[in-house]
Design a protein around this ligand. Structure first.
Ligand code: C2E
Ligand code: CA
Ligand code: CA
Ligand code: CA
Length: 279
């Protein structure tokens, strides 16, 4: 109730009451969404090129609003970050994904990990390590089955603190990846100080790569650099067969994108995995 009061205070003192009013409505909706169970996670498969199998899945949040229908994450995550609501929402994501990963493990599906997106607000939260440890413990999940994705931008906000936080997360035994790699303002030199396992190269380098020689050079050399640093690479946004073929040629490790599979409800991914296991 205290938070709601401070929000309405802001509305009356804002120079743009219309936008604030809309924001307040959205904020109120967001608050209730968690309680009412309006969020769900969809899972997008990651194809391992060495094994030829679906090896991982990225959890992506979806909001089914009773009046507005489906609201995509980019339409509410920024507001959730501004208002701090991303903390309870992020915690729900973490716990739900861990619970799902554990269920898939119990069912002996071949998935080796589930990846969860961490907002920079969560990443800079002092009790992050405890939250992650608790989500693992509550769900009896082996740490290696959880991967956390942190964006380059979040890492660079306070690079020294980021190294410290990543070290603590790594000490839990989880996997760490850098999301949207290549789009932030990071220097490559920091990479060697980070205890990360994977680079997720942003889909802007993959899109139309077959027609774009510069993107070909960027992809090929990023993959080579990652391998020489002992990191694996996920290519995001793989939408066509020729893009896949090129990434296979470049020895990319994992592919994610509509060509491999769209984000889908847990049950649908389970069907894909069961089908795959029978082959
Ligand atoms: P992201 O982490 O870079 O996630 C990848 C986005 O690309 C997803 O959009 C996914 O559906 C989309 N995508 C996957 N394959 C393709 C493809 O082949 N082509 C194209 N055009 N797009 C593809 P989505 O689910 O709308 O999520 C957007 C962003 O919202 C995510 O970008 C992430 O930054 C954020 N997000 C999603 N779920 C969460 C969450 O649980 N927590 C936080 N903090 N952020 C989230
Ligand atoms: Ca991601
Ligand atoms: Ca990404
Ligand atoms: Ca992105």
């Amino acid at each position: 109730a205290k938070n709601q009061k401070s929000s309405s205070y802001q509305v009356f003192h804002d120079s743009m009451p219309v936008i604030s009013g809309a924001q307040l409505t959205m904020e109120t909706w967001l608050r209730y969404a968690l309680e009412r169970g309006e969020f769900e996670l969809h899972y997008q498969p990651q194809l391992g090129l060495r094994s030829g199998c679906l090896e991982g899945a990225e959890a992506l949040i979806r909001w089914r609003h009773p009046q507005q229908g489906f609201i995509p994450p980019l339409d509410f995550i920024p507001l959730a970050e501004e208002t701090g609501l991303i903390l309870p929402i992020g915690q729900w994501v973490l716990e739900t994904a861990c619970q799902q990963a554990r269920q898939w493990q119990v069912k002996k599906l071949s998935l080796s990990h589930v990846a969860v997106n961490l907002s920079s607000v969560q990443f800079n939260q002092p009790d992050l390590i405890d939250c992650v440890a608790q989500a693992l413990a509550t769900n009896d999940l082996h740490p290696s089955q959880l991967e956390l994705e942190v964006t380059e931008t979040a890492l660079m906000q306070d690079a020294a603190q980021a190294v410290e936080t990543l070290n603590q997360l790594k000490a839990l035994g989880i996997r760490l990846s850098v999301d949207d790699f290549g789009t932030g303002y990071s220097s490559l030199s920091y990479l060697k100080h980070l205890p990360i396992d994977t680079l997720k190269i942003d889909n802007c380098f993959v899109r139309g790569v077959t027609q774009d020689t510069k993107n070909q050079i960027i992809l090929q050399s990023t993959i080579e650099m990652a391998h020489r640093l002992g990191l694996s690479i996920v290519a995001e946004g793989v939408e066509t067969e020729p893009e896949k073929t090129l990434l296979v040629q470049y020895h990319c490790d994992f592919l994610q994108g509509y060509w491999i599979g769209r984000p889908m409800p847990a049950a649908a991914l389970e069907d894909c995995l069961t089908g795959q296991d029978k082959v």
